[in-house]
Design a protein around this ligand. Structure first.
Ligand code: FE2
Length: 439
């Protein structure tokens, strides 16, 4: 099909070149053509054409060496890298590049004593790293989206994988969904969560009941209003996805609606409007704590972290917010404490005056599913009038949740095509879910 394949070397000017012959690859369901492969010795350059735009991708030699996919560099059964790091020299020079089928073979300079590296073109293009390549890291949560439990699993317990993927995808991208028609029975919320992954155990156990208690171990177990917050911010690994299943919500109760708002949208707007206050909340750690000895399982957890966490590109990668669980600031000067409270009050105002607060009164059988590391939740106070409001909840670990979503995306979109999981670019991978991932 192609007239020429290339042994490419910088010493020959004509080498590149597959120009106009074209190497079409189906990448990420888009047509990509490789126009030129160029050995620059201290880098590899690929000229590609994607959606009618030509682009040069430049690869660092160490990146190429450490991403080698040959069996000399990867254990076949696990895919784990087996390159002895200490044996890779500082100075790596590309001697020769050959194209064989859809792979590039790279021969290194003899002094480096490195075996030939092999990288599929698809791998190179889909894993190319640039500081410009992530345009939209999440989609603003503006509406409630409803899913039907009976469509996720049929009456015989058979899973509808496509529908489950749709639910997971929505939760990754937007952070909030309501599942309707879950039978109002004890433990059903755990069964729903386990469609995705095993539930996360916490100091509230695997399952917790949210209903009025005379001696509550948490303010949520009363009829008091709850301000916007995230749960269990005093954990390093605060829960990821939270499920709240409404088992009972009697008509005589006044109030008790659930409220949700998107902390990522609020923080981004806050950063644009108040850059200095924003920086303060990035730099100064707050204290989150749960100190409660007088309970069946005594707890003493204190954890300091800033309210807003940025990655190396100054993109938001986590928000931490739980006013009812904040303790005394510590290891800070008085000037820092003053600056902190000024920024803290302003950010709290921004949360509570958000133009996108979604209010919903859960009905029996409804489950609010939301990303606890992104979507702030709150509750209006309520008057019981002898009625019962009973929710049952559980959590999933955020990393396991994202992993399941990615596995499902791969299975639904690529595995039937026989694609290698390391070669494809998954849509959900570059979506921020609040787990402090620097991507
Ligand atoms: Fe909560």
């Amino acid at each position: 099909m192609y007239k020429k394949l290339s042994i490419l070397n910088q010493n020959s000017k004509s080498l590149c070149l597959i120009k106009k012959i074209g190497l079409p690859l189906s990448l990420h369901q888009q047509h990509v053509e490789i126009l030129k492969i160029n050995n620059k010795k201290s880098s590899l350059e690929l000229t590609i054409k994607k959606e009618n735009n030509e682009k040069i991708l430049s690869f660092d030699p160490h990146w190429l060496r450490f991403n080698c996919q040959s069996i000399k560099s990867r254990q076949v059964s696990t895919g784990q890298r087996i390159i002895p790091v200490d044996e890779v020299p500082d100075n790596l020079i590309i001697d020769l590049i050959e194209k064989e089928n859809e792979n590039l073979k790279i021969k290194w300079n003899s002094e480096s004593k490195q075996p030939e590296s092999v990288l599929p073109l698809e791998y190179l293009i889909n894993n190319y790293s640039s500081n410009m390549d992530i345009e939209e890291r999440f989609k603003p949560c503006k509406d409630l989206k409803f899913f039907n439990f009976n469509e996720l699993v049929d009456t015989n317990g058979k899973r509808n994988e496509e529908k489950i993927y749709e639910w997971l995808e929505h939760l990754v991208l937007y952070g909030l969904a309501i599942v309707k028609n879950l039978p109002t029975e004890n433990n059903m919320v755990k069964k729903l969560a386990e469609l995705i992954a095993p539930v996360q155990n916490t100091i509230y156990d695997q399952l917790f009941d949210v209903k009025v208690d005379k001696n509550p171990i948490n303010i949520a177990y009363s009829n008091a209003p709850l301000e916007f917050h995230m749960d269990l911010m005093y954990y390093e690994s605060a829960p990821g996805i939270q499920f709240l299943h409404c088992l009972k919500f009697d008509h005589e109760i006044n109030g008790g609606e659930s409220l949700f708002t998107d902390s990522f949208v609020i923080a981004e707007n806050f950063g644009r409007e108040h850059p200095q206050l924003f920086d303060t909340l990035v730099q100064i750690p707050a204290t989150f704590q749960k100190i409660h000895i007088d309970r069946t399982r005594p707890v003493y957890m204190v954890y300091q972290r800033p309210h807003i966490v940025l990655n190396h590109r100054k993109n938001i990668m986590a928000i931490n917010w739980a006013p009812a669980f904040e303790g005394p600031l510590s290891n800070l000067s008085q000037a820092e404490i003053k600056a902190y409270y000024k920024a803290y009050l302003a950010f709290s105002k921004a949360i509570n005056s958000s133009s996108k607060i979604l209010e919903y009164k859960l009905q029996p059988g409804d489950v609010a599913c939301f990303n606890n590391r992104r979507i702030l939740h709150a509750r209006n106070g309520f008057v019981q009038n002898n009625g019962v409001r009973h929710f049952q909840g559980c959590y999933l670990n955020i990393d396991e949740f994202k992993s399941e979503a990615l596995v499902k995306e791969f299975e639904i979109k690529y595995s039937k095509m026989g694609k290698n999981v390391n070669h494809v670019k998954l849509n959900l991978r570059n979506t921020v879910v609040g787990n402090n991932d620097y991507f």
